[in-house]
Ligand binder design. Structure first.
Ligand code: CTP
Ligand code: CA
Length: 222
């Protein structure tokens, strides 16, 4: 029945998805990263492709694999590379920025492996470019932009701030208060915040099913 319900409803639509962490090089052998598995973004890419969208998936370093052969996978490492590739693919109908992009990157990459000569080591960091923010700034009316938010305090207030600040149509708030949700897990519990001030809360479920809920919400906006 699913085929008839969701069928090829996104045929002819272009989708851009980001997934996974970014790695910010410190020296030739070390980096600053995070525990994002990429699972949420890859599941969204698969769901969009299943419904007929032409998907470009810009991925950080992950162990996930793309199943749908129609998905165009672009592998990146750093926040800067992810930014460049996203802006080069900003001609989308739907964009879902699920990547856990590093907020800071080393000011300079040491040309050689850093030796442990000093008792304390200070690595100076600078802010990375906000991909979702940049895409949001140049967004056209017909384009649908979805961002994620991970918060440990004032969840709702911060999610609403991100919705407005980044000019997104939907912010997906990952709940950290629930066991089994977020980052490393195969399951997730999310709340969707929309521009019209409404929100939708979902139960804890597999990331594949969360991806369906998110894509359903996107198609309802279209
Ligand atoms: N994001 C991005 N580029 C960045 C940082 C974040 O595109 N350099 C995107 C993420 O993919 C996510 C959204 O912005 O969709 C929110 O990420 P989050 O880390 O929750 O918020 P930040 O804007 O980075 O703010 P902060 O970490 O200070 O809460
Ligand atoms: Ca951040």
């Amino acid at each position: 029945t699913e085929f008839f319900e969701n069928g090829q409803q996104l045929t002819g639509k272009k989708a851009l998805v980001t997934a996974g962490p970014t790695y910010e090089a410190i020296d030739p052998v070390r980096f600053i990263g995070n525990h994002s598995s990429g699972k949420m973004g890859y599941s969204i890419a698969e769901e969009l492709a299943k419904r007929g969208a032409e998907v470009t998936l810009i991925s950080g370093p992950v162990y996930c694999e793309v199943k749908n052969k129609s998905i165009k996978l672009i592998k990146t490492t750093s926040a800067e590379q992810m930014y460049e590739n996203c802006l080069a693919n900003s001609d989308f109908d739907i964009a879902v920025m699920a990547a856990a992009v590093a907020d800071y990157t080393p000011v300079a990459v040491a040309p050689q492996k850093i030796k442990k000569t000093e008792a304390e080591l200070i690595i100076q960091l600078k802010k990375t470019k906000d991909i979702l923010g940049a895409i949001g700034k140049e967004k056209r009316d017909q384009q649908i932009l979805v961002g994620f938010a991970l918060e440990t305090e004032n969840e709702e207030e911060n999610a609403k701030k991100k919705l407005k600040g980044k000019n997104a149509d939907i912010i997906v708030l990952n709940s950290l208060n629930d066991k089994g949700a977020g980052f490393k897990n195969a399951t997730n519990k999310v709340t969707l915040f929309f521009k019209d001030q409404t929100k939708k809360t979902f139960d804890l479920k597999s990331k594949e099913l969360v991806a369906k809920d998110i894509v359903d919400a996107i198609t309802e906006l279209m």
